[in-house]
Design a protein around this ligand. Structure first.
Ligand SMILES: [Zn+2]
Length: 78
């Protein structure tokens, strides 16, 4: 599955995952958090060339609803 390529066109290898953000979901009377992770890849070909680790992070999908940002519940004073 060489769909992930380093800037030099080599196939990347996943080496780890990192928490990108958390998403809050609603189910009948239940809230649960879904954790979205990004994958970290390295390019073994570049590493062989210069001896340095070439780590590349995958893009995480954007959060649909930012977690409790400016949510007001209750009566407004008019
Ligand atoms: Zn490379």
């Amino acid at each position: 599955m060489p769909d992930k390529l380093c800037p030099n066109g080599h196939g990347l290898v996943a080496v780890g995952k990192k928490l990108a953000h958390e998403e809050l979901h609603f189910r009948p009377a239940k809230l649960y958090l879904e954790r979205i992770y990004t994958t970290t890849y390295k390019c073994p070909s570049c590493e062989l060339m210069d001896g340095l680790a070439h780590l590349i992070q995958s893009q995480a999908p954007k959060a649909l609803i930012p977690l409790f940002h400016h949510v007001h519940i209750g009566h407004a004073n008019v």
